[in-house]
Ligand binder design. Structure first.
Ligand SMILES: [Mg+2]
Length: 406
């Protein structure tokens, strides 16, 4: 099952932030120097989402002007406006002809730092209901409603209060067949639709202990200014490709040549779950040598991400170096700092993403990988072969977590 669409609920009035939202839609408010929605869209695009649909209402023009028709790293963004306030479920019903059969639904005023693809069905976790929801565990305080679970089944939604039950983290995997369950408008997802689905055993929950913040009240909006950028500044695992993710059989550039290293896909999943960025940095001198083109390499990496999704894993970004000083293709024949042992590819990724160097590392199967890491200022680990997941678990520093996100 591929899930290519993320739908964002961005139509609320934000009445609890009154002076601020009088002048701007809540998801467009600046948090840590950027509109809050930018962070959520970044999250969607790095998880491989191709299309984002913004369900706008209050001050829709703020969001349309900033986002409608834009593209973010290959993800197309479109906005839809409800003619009158329809509620969260109502907004979804009005978007019926724009929805995929399965999609992520994301609250536009909260951020949960977890692996979205962990909600996707897999052979050992098939999906029979209508909704899978992310639940944040370990959240203290009385502000949020709580979710009652029996195993993975969501059974009830409980009024706000202190409890060790998890809270609704505002990210759902949903089937379009939820639409007939939405009643007369306005209709609220949280109040009207989800409790009835839970009673019918159609919602599963996945509890993750990870940072969560909701910008909906003034006190948390203030906290979010520093907390959101700090949550999203993650350490990164820079992975060489050939000899680390796939067996190095020489100039691999076609799908039929890929033999995954044992535990490689599971290692990427483990890093995703632990909150690392996962990047590939690979020398591709075969392009300079005229064996294959940049398109071959891009297509192969797209396919690798499709395969990784089957285990709930993804690569956040890829850099490859097509240059070689002895290339036969003239435009690729040159010395380049991008080519390992140069640190250029790592540095490029560090400039484009909010990477926390503390805790970041590189894994490669050659000395040139380790040298590139050193030149970029991070540890490099030589992978001797065997099971990559076991190796990653041994060398990955304990992932730092931002405390007190309740
Ligand atoms: Mg290699």
């Amino acid at each position: 099952m591929t899930i290519d669409q993320a739908v964002f609920l961005v139509g609320g009035t934000g009445s609890r932030l009154n002076e601020l939202t009088a002048a701007k839609a809540k998801p467009a408010l600046e948090v840590g120097g950027r509109p809050f929605l930018d962070y959520l869209l970044d999250e969607a695009s790095r998880h491989g989402i191709r299309r984002a649909l913004l369900l706008c209402g209050y001050r829709a023009h703020d969001l349309i002007r900033a986002y409608d028709g834009c593209t973010l790293r290959g993800m197309r963004i479109e906005a839809l406006v409800e003619p009158s306030p329809a509620g969260t479920a109502g907004a979804l019903a009005l978007a019926a002809d724009r929805l995929d059969d399965q999609f992520f639904l994301v609250n536009g005023d909260s951020l949960f730092d977890f692996n979205w693809l962990a909600l996707c069905p897999s052979p050992d976790m098939p999906w029979t209901g209508l909704v899978r929801m992310a639940l944040a565990g370990g959240i203290a305080g009385t502000r949020y409603g709580r979710v009652g679970l029996e195993g993975r089944q969501v059974r009830s939604f409980v009024a706000s209060g202190a409890s060790d039950q998890p809270i609704n983290a505002g990210v759902y995997l949903m089937r379009k067949t939820i639409l007939p369950r939405i009643g007369a408008l306005p209709c609220s997802l949280e109040r009207d639709v989800l409790p009835a689905l839970a009673a019918d055993g159609l919602i599963e929950g996945s509890v993750v202990e990870a940072p969560f913040i909701d910008i909906g009240i003034p006190e948390d909006f203030v906290r979010a200014q520093s907390l959101v950028p700090s949550i999203l500044k993650r350490p990164a695992a820079f992975l060489d490709r050939d000899g680390v993710l796939n067996e190095d059989t020489g100039y691999v550039h076609r799908i039929d040549q890929v033999r995954w290293v044992e535990g490689a896909r599971e290692a990427v999943r483990w890093l995703n779950d632990a909150g690392y960025f996962v990047f590939i940095c690979t020398n591709q001198a075969g392009i300079a040598r005229g064996y294959y083109s940049e398109n071959h390499v891009n297509d192969l990496h797209d396919w690798m991400n499709v395969e990784l999704r089957k285990v709930g894993a993804h690569i956040d970004d890829v850099e490859f170096c097509p240059y070689h000083p002895e290339g036969v293709v003239e435009r690729y024949r040159r010395i380049s700092d991008l080519r390992k042992p140069g640190p250029g590819m790592l540095k490029k990724l560090m400039a484009q993403w909010p990477v926390d160097l503390a805790g970041s590392f590189m894994i490669g199967d050659r000395d040139s990988d380790v040298e590139a890491a050193a030149a970029a200022g991070i540890p490099g680990h030589l992978f001797p072969g065997g099971n990559l997941l076991e190796f990653v678990r041994k060398i990955s520093p304990q992932r730092r977590r931002t405390a007190d996100c309740g």
